[in-house]
Design a protein around this ligand. Structure first.
Ligand code: SAH
Ligand code: MG
Length: 200
């Protein structure tokens, strides 16, 4: 799996942030498996999987595959290629699977579900959780509250799309980032809008 090929995959993970994600995945997959909320077409998943492979670890990745608010028809990030016109819905799953196969990634476990639904059934502990799902306040808090308790001490919580300035982006990821820092997390490293927090 070549980094410069992952850069070509459709998605919302710029190179410098993707490389940080890969590095953190290498480090924290040593603690336990990785879980991602927000697969989309698998771009971040592939970075995570490349890192996790160092420790022969799995990446579980959750998405209902019907897109967030901003991916819907006529919205800002609508994309023709992932719209199923026969069913009138966004469906990112076919392109995601195509990408997994293209990269021959064998440590990715897709979970097609709403994040908090599967969380309530989930009992195994995690070395790293990456939150990159819905960006409404409700969705971000649900993801934080659902998955944070499953992270092992010494493991990490990674949050994407952190914008201190409301003019640059939605505030929900920043809100859960601040909440984690107020609780039992310390900043491990931050690269632009993505931050890795370590659990005490
Ligand atoms: N990580 C991706 C981008 C994720 S976009 C990348 O690197 O490109 C956010 C994704 O979260 C969308 O695909 C959307 O379908 C999914 N999503 C939003 N809310 C969700 C929820 N409550 N449960 C599961 N998936 C959700
Ligand atoms: Mg994102």
């Amino acid at each position: 799996m070549k980094i410069r090929e992952i850069e070509e995959v459709k998605g919302f993970m710029p190179k410098h942030e993707g490389e940080a994600l890969l590095n953190w995945a290498k480090i924290f997959s040593n603690i336990g498996p990785i879980l991602e909320v927000g697969t989309y077409c698998g771009k971040s998943t592939l970075y995570l999987a490349k890192g996790a492979a160092t420790n022969n670890q799995y990446v579980f990745t959750i998405d209902h595959h019907s897109g967030s608010e901003e991916h819907q028809l006529n919205e800002e990030y609508f994309d023709n290629e992932i719209y199923d016109y026969s069913k009138n819905r966004v469906n990112t799953f076919p392109l995601f699977i195509k990408n997994v196969n293209k990269f021959k990634a064998n440590n990715i476990v897709p979970i097609i579900s709403e994040s908090s639904e599967i969380a309530s059934e989930w009992s195994s502990n995690l070395g790293m959780v990456f939150i990159d799902g819905g960006h409404s306040i409700e969705s971000a808090y649900n993801d934080y509250n659902s998955w944070e308790p499953k992270i092992l001490t010494g493991g990490s919580l990674v949050i994407h799309d952190i914008f201190e300035n409301p003019d640059e982006g939605g505030q929900a990821p920043y809100e859960i980032y601040k909440k984690a820092l107020k609780n039992n997390y310390d900043l491990y490293e931050r690269v632009d809008t993505i931050a890795c927090l370590i659990k005490n």
